[in-house]
Design a protein around this ligand. Structure first.
Ligand code: ZN
Ligand code: ZN
Length: 361
């Protein structure tokens, strides 16, 4: 008989232990090879003492929960993974590893970005989705979560490559505008004005590229991946074909690059959009009253993923754009009954989905 997953079964402690243990091991790897495994922008602002304390805390917690799971549960796999990861991380130097002299490597992968973002988002969204679920029966480890985690992993570790290709088309067309009088005037505006201008400009551009991805059959085969999730949660939004990410971001970045916003508001905007993108997919039932007409809510974007109502809510931040172009669907407080795409067999696994758009239609 399969062991249960309820409180007291050692499953929760096992999951916590395995997750934190592997993350702690990854963090120790980042301490060993910061030039290769960490993102320069993040590296510059890390409070290293705090980060070391956090890694230490994560490893100790993983170990304690691992032991608990090993005691409580007959199936020892989760506990063993957690405890083994902690032992390996400790033998490798643990949180106290001396970071080597800074070498400025040209290429890096954002392992730190992946670990930190996953840690923070899971810490926020797992409890919130338990406390205020839109669909109570939905599990944390619902169908397709491994696939979505693979997307989350790739889009984070490839952060440098994605930044490069995102900026390339905009730079190609608008390099001449850099530091022009016009751009200086834009960058001199108050931060919040620049922030709002970015939201409007990028969402307007994003609306049209998103609509094209729905309308043009060969583009749809790429975007169908994002719509293949049948259960929505904070991780589901990560499911995006790499081609979809590159084209959409590069396109939406063109107005931002051309207008030449200041680095501060631009950073604030990037943090906001990445959090918002996670939030609108979340399995939460918050109500926003009139504000739902102002800013994209989970209800608004969930309708975009509806299996029954198609081709609605193409914008991400501003429902008013959909209203203007006649594609808005936001009925009362209602959510869709089902998610996904009817009549299209998208594979379940990451590699299958990567190949899917290239196959025969
Ligand atoms: Zn879509
Ligand atoms: Zn979505």
């Amino acid at each position: 008989m399969r062991e249960g997953t309820g409180f007291g079964s050692g499953w929760i402690s096992g999951v916590v232990s395995a997750t934190l243990g592997l993350m702690g091991l990854g963090a120790v790897a980042c301490l060993h090879y910061p030039e290769l495994l960490t993102t320069p922008n993040l590296r510059e602002v890390y409070p290293l003492g705090f980060i070391r304390g956090l890694i230490h805390f994560v490893l100790i917690t993983a170990f304690a929960f691992g032991v608990l799971s090993l005691v409580l549960r007959k199936d020892k796999r989760l506990g063993a993974v957690g405890v083994t990861a902690v032992i390996l991380a400790s033998l490798w130097g643990g949180a106290g590893v001396a970071t080597p002299e800074r070498v400025l490597a040209a290429e890096y992968i954002g392992l730190d970005f992946f670990l930190l973002d996953l840690f923070v988002l899971a810490l926020v969204f797992v409890p919130v989705e338990r406390l205020y679920p839109r669909i109570r029966e939905q599990k944390i480890f619902r169908r397709g979560w491994r696939t979505d985690l693979a997307y989350f992993f790739t889009s984070h570790v490839l952060v440098q490559a994605l930044l490069l290709v995102t900026a390339a088309p905009a730079a190609f067309f608008f390099r001449w505008a850099i530091d022009s009088e016009f751009q200086r005037a834009v960058a001199a505006q108050p931060g919040w004005v620049q922030f709002l201008a970015m939201v409007v400009a990028a969402d307007f551009a994003g609306y049209w590229i998103h609509r094209l991805f729905h309308m043009i059959p060969w583009l749809w085969r790429f975007h169908a991946i994002h719509h293949s999730s049948t259960e929505m949660d904070w991780l589901a939004g990560s499911r995006l074909h790499i081609f979809d990410i590159v084209v959409t971001r590069a396109w939406a970045f063109v107005p931002l690059y051309a207008l030449g916003f200041a680095p501060g508001p631009l950073t604030a905007y990037l943090v906001f959009i990445s959090f918002h993108a996670v939030f609108v997919h979340a399995n939460v039932r918050f109500r926003f009253g009139r504000w739902k007409w102002v800013l994209g809510t989970p209800q608004y974007h969930h309708w975009h993923h509806s299996a029954e109502v198609q081709d609605r809510n193409f914008a991400i931040h501003l429902p008013v754009i959909d209203w203007v172009f006649g594609t808005l669907h936001l009925p009362g407080e209602e959510f869709p009954g089902r998610y996904g795409i009817d009549g299209e067999e998208v594979p379940e696994n990451f590699l299958g989905q990567l190949r899917y758009p290239l196959g025969k239609s």
